[in-house]
Design a protein around this ligand. Structure first.
Ligand SMILES: Cc1ncc(COP(=O)(O)O)c(C=O)c1O
Length: 376
C-alpha cells in the first residue's frame, strides 16, 4: 500500500490545483463559446485558498446566505449572487451591501426586501419552479411534489414583476445537458411569456459539465439559442463541476476488528467528514481498490465514532491492511469540507493544497478550540 502524502497529518483533505485548473479551463471555454457567465456555487466547495485561482476562470460566486456571500466577495470578488429560500431580516442590509444579484424564493420575500434591494441598484430575480423532475434523488429534487423551492406557475404574479430583472431555476443534480434541454422546454412552456422582459436567466447548478461524458456541445448550443431567442444574459452556477475529482481525503487505519467482517477503523468518518456517503448515499472511490471480493482482501472501512452506521463502504485490496496504513479517498473536494461536523468530538480534517508548481502546502489544522467554540 502506497504511503500517501507522508508529510501531511491525517485525516486531511488535499485539493490538487492542477485538477482544479483542468475543470476551470473547461468551464471557461464553455462560458466563452456559449456567451454565458459561470459562477462557483460555494455550497459545494468553499476552500477559499483556491478562490484567487478560480477567479481567473469564472465570473464570480453564488451564495446561499450572507456568510457564503461574504466569503465570495472577500476572497474571490467578481460578481456576487445570492439565493436563499428565505432571507433573515437582520442580515439583509449586509446582503444588499455586497450582493449584486439577489434572487427571491417567493413574491412575499420580494415584496419584503424590494425597496432595499432596488434602492441599492441591485439586480433582482425570482426563483421559479418549472415542476419538471428529471432525476430520482428525492432529497435533491426541487421539483418534487410540494417542494418549497421556487415559485410555481400557479403562484407566479405577473402583476408584481416591476423591478424584477431575472428568473432563476435550479432543478438538476449531477446531470448531463439532455436534462437541461428538457427542463428549458418546461421553463419555456410555463414561463416563456415572461422571458423577453428579463435581463438574465440563471440556469442554477447540477450541470456535470466537467465530467468526461458530458455533452458540452449540446449545452453550448442550447445556451446560445436561448440567449438569441430571448435576448437575455445566461448564468450557470455549478458547484460540483468546478471541483469534481479535484480533491482527496487521506486517512490512517487506526485498528482492524473482525466480527464476521474485517473492519478497518479509520481516523476519517462518514458521519463527520463525508456525510453525503450516508445522505445520498454513495460509495466514494478509493485508490488502489476494487469492489468487495474482486481483489484478495476485502474490508469494511468505517469511522471511529459511536454511530453503528458510520460506514464508508466495503472495498477489496491487493494486500492486507495494517494499522498505520494510509488510504486515499478520491473525489473528496465537493460537498465534503463544507459539510463537516465534530460529532463525537471528532477533529475536523486538515486542509492541504497540491499547488500547480508541485509544492504541497498544509494550509490549516484544526483542534480542540474549533470543537469548543461551537458549543457553550
Ligand atoms: C440554487 C442552487 N444553485 C447551485 C447549486 C449547485 O449545484 P451542484 O453543486 O450540484 O452543481 C445548488 C445545489 O444544491 C443549488 O441549490
Amino acid at each position: 500500500m502506497e504511503h500517501y502524502f507522508p508529510s501531511l497529518p491525517t485525516p486531511c483533505y488535499v485539493v490538487d490545483e492542477r485538477l482544479l485548473v483542468k475543470n476551470l479551463s473547461i468551464l471557461k471555454e464553455v462560458a466563452e463559446e456559449a456567451g454565458c457567465k459561470i459562477l462557483l456555487a460555494q455550497k459545494a466547495f468553499s476552500m477559499f485558498a483556491t478562490y484567487p485561482l478560480i477567479g481567473k476562470y469564472l465570473s464570480g460566486t453564488t451564495a446561499s446566505g450572507l456568510f457564503e456571500a461574504r466569503l465570495g466577495h472577500e476572497e474571490m470578488g467578481g460578481e456576487t449572487h445570492i439565493f436563499s429560500a428565505a432571507y433573515l431580516e437582520h442580515e439583509f442590509d449586509a446582503i444588499v451591501d455586497i450582493c449584486d444579484h439577489i434572487s427571491f424564493n417567493s413574491f412575499a420575500q420580494w415584496e419584503t426586501y424590494r425597496e432595499k434591494a432596488l434602492a441599492r441598484g441591485r439586480s433582482c430575480g425570482i426563483r421559479i419552479n418549472p415542476e419538471h423532475s428529471t432525476q430520482e434523488h428525492g432529497i435533491y429534487d426541487p421539483c418534487a411534489y410540494g417542494s418549497r423551492l421556487g415559485v410555481t406557475r400557479k403562484h407566479f404574479r405577473p402583476d408584481r414583476l416591476d423591478g424584477i430583472e431575472g428568473l432563476h431555476f435550479h432543478t438538476l443534480c449531477e446531470q448531463n445537458s439532455d436534462a437541461l434541454i428538457e427542463t428549458l422546454a418546461a421553463v419555456e412552456e410555463k414561463f416563456g411569456e415572461f422571458l423577453p422582459s428579463m435581463k438574465w436567466v440563471n440556469f442554477g447548478g447540477g450541470h456535470h459539465i466537467t465530467r468526461d461524458d458530458y455533452d458540452r456541445k449540446a449545452l453550448i448550443d442550447c445556451i446560445r439559442n436561448f440567449r438569441e431567442t430571448y435576448q437575455v444574459e445566461v448564468y450557470l452556477e455549478p458547484g460540483e463541476a468546478v471541483a469534481l475529482q479535484a480533491g482527496f481525503l487521506v486517512t490512517t487505519v487506526l485498528d482492524i476488528v473482525d466480527n464476521g467482517l474485517q473492519t478497518a477503523l479509520l481516523d476519517a468518518s462518514a458521519a463527520c467528514h463525508m456525510p453525503d456517503v450516508l445522505e445520498m448515499p454513495y460509495r466514494p472511490p478509493l485508490k488502489e481498490s476494487a469492489l468487495p471480493g474482486e481483489k484478495q482482501y476485502t474490508y469494511r472501512l468505517a469511522g471511529a465514532t459511536c454511530l453503528a452506521g458510520d460506514v464508508i463502504g466495503d472495498y477489496s485490496l491487493d494486500a492486507p491492511l495494517s494499522i498505520g496504513d494510509r488510504l486515499l479517498f478520491c473525489d473528496m473536494a465537493i460537498y465534503s469540507m463544507v459539510k463537516n461536523n465534530t460529532f463525537n468530538g471528532m477533529c475536523l480534517p486538515s486542509l492541504a493544497l497540491a499547488k500547480e508548481n508541485g509544492e504541497l502546502v498544509l494550509i490549516k489544522q484544526f483542534g480542540y478550540d474549533d470543537f469548543k467554540r461551537r458549543l457553550s
